[in-house]
Design a binder for this molecule. Structure first.
Ligand code: PLP
Length: 407
């Protein structure tokens, strides 16, 4: 294989995590040195830390259009999802043990749901269409008198499909009115949506929403859960009673302030970056189609129903994992349909749920751009990727050309 003359690093895995923004880093620095006080302490150094946490909370509340005391900081997006689902289920199980969700959710949602199933809960997973988008009517029709929670992700991490939260929320409110009940509550995992979509919890009629720092140029290992006033949750972690007794443990002041900074930045850059990255991915997709045959896009067409930074493509006859390693040789970083469970041969649960064949799922690559991705980065990929694909296809025993073209 030809090696690039001048190898550069092209990071196209922003759905896995983003580099931290410099200004976020600067915001966090003081807390690793002189601002080390414990927010629970009564002297000035501690009071200042508490003040800084609550400033961060207020800034974020303004972005989400909620009250500051309806935000709980957690140790990750995963923890916030667990607190939403397990915390709510434990609090309200006497009212019913039925939950509605999607098969394409992140494992941070699917695993706690499986856990609840062990303790007698029934989970209904609504099918999406081939693009990975759920029909709001299907969600509302699945509500039963014992449904206490509906958990639907805002945007999918693998195929970028965006769910119609606002419409689902409207349907839920209508159901509650007609049946004079507070149930079901409505949760959304918004980790992938944070940098691109509207985070107003009222607009989407959400009772709970998960966000993390790792996907929006903030630090990894920090998340938050918004929960509606009046809604009660049972804690998963017990101890000193921090975060209104919902999440004990000394607050991670640096990361909390970093998360607030990251979210403020994201809000400023959202519109510009959404349109810029959508165009970039449109360009990328057009170049791929022009240079490689037998490929197809997984998830919605590039447009309003798809995250602007996501391009998930199956390259017929190619093993995604092999391709990933070849691309790495060229400094190109992306992921494949078996990224999260790479020890197993099972393809991604998301690609399976949208009815992709075993081969197509294994032949998939996910490219996710970020705010530092330039057109020259895409040009670099296009310079080498088609060549690698063709080489791999030549030695692939199963590859027969033009499978998609014949359809
Ligand atoms: C990354 C991600 C998570 C997990 O967040 P962590 O902060 O890594 O725990 C949950 N849901 C979605 C949709 C994600 O993309």
């Amino acid at each position: 294989m030809i090696k690039p003359l001048k190898k550069k690093n092209v990071y196209l895995d922003h759905a896995a995590t983003t580099p931290m923004d410099k200004s976020v880093y600067q915001e966090m620095m003081p807390y690793f040195s002189n601002k080390y006080g414990n927010p629970s302490a009564l002297y000035n150094l501690g009071r200042q830390a508490l003040l800084d946490i609550n400033n961060a909370r207020t800034k974020i509340a303004n972005l989400l259009h909620c009250q500051p005391d309806n935000i709980i900081f957690t140790g990750s997006g995963t923890e916030a999802d667990n607190l939403a689902i397990l915390g709510l289920a434990k609090q309200y199980e006497i009212y019913g043990k039925h939950i509605i969700s999607l098969a394409i959710e992140h494992h941070a949602v699917l695993k706690p749901l499986e856990e609840l199933k062990q303790s007698g809960f029934e989970i209904t997973y609504i099918k999406t269409n081939k693009q990975g988008i759920v029909n709001p009517i299907d969600v509302i029709n699945a509500i039963r008198p014992d449904t206490i929670l509906i958990s639907i992700m805002y945007a999918n991490n693998e195929i970028g499909s965006i769910q119609p939260l606002g419409e689902i929320g409207k349907g839920i409110i209508k159901y509650r009115k007609e049946n004079q009940t507070n149930f079901p509550y409505f949760h959304s995992d918004a980790c992938q949506a944070t940098g691109f979509l509207n985070l107003d919890v009222e607009k989407n009629h959400l009772d709970l929403m998960t966000i993390n720092g790792s996907k929006v140029y903030g630090p990894k290992g920090i998340g938050l859960l918004y929960y509606r006033r009046g809604l009660k949750l049972k804690p998963l972690i017990f101890g000193g009673g921090q975060e209104k007794k919902l999440r004990s443990g000394t607050e991670n002041v640096a990361y909390i302030c970093g998360l607030a900074k990251a979210l403020e930045l994201a809000e400023v850059e959202k519109i510009k970056e959404s349109s810029r990255q959508r165009k970039l991915n449109q360009y990328f997709w057009q170049c791929l189609q022009a240079t490689v045959q037998d490929i197809h896009i997984n998830g919605p067409e590039i447009g309003d129903l798809r995250l602007p930074n996501n391009l998930n493509v199956s390259f017929r006859g190619i093993e995604g994992e092999a391709m990933l390693l070849y691309l790495d040789e060229y400094g190109i970083m992306c992921s494949t349909g078996s990224a999260c469970t790479s020890e197993s041969l099972e393809p991604s649960h998301v690609l399976k749920a949208i009815n992709l064949s075993y081969e197509d799922a294994h032949a998939s690559l996910r490219f996710t751009t970020g705010k530092h991705t330039k057109k020259s980065d895409i040009d670099y990929v296009i310079k080498y990727l088609p060549f690698i694909i063709n080489k791999l296809r030549e030695i692939s025993p199963s590859y027969k050309p033009n499978i998609y073209d014949k359809k």
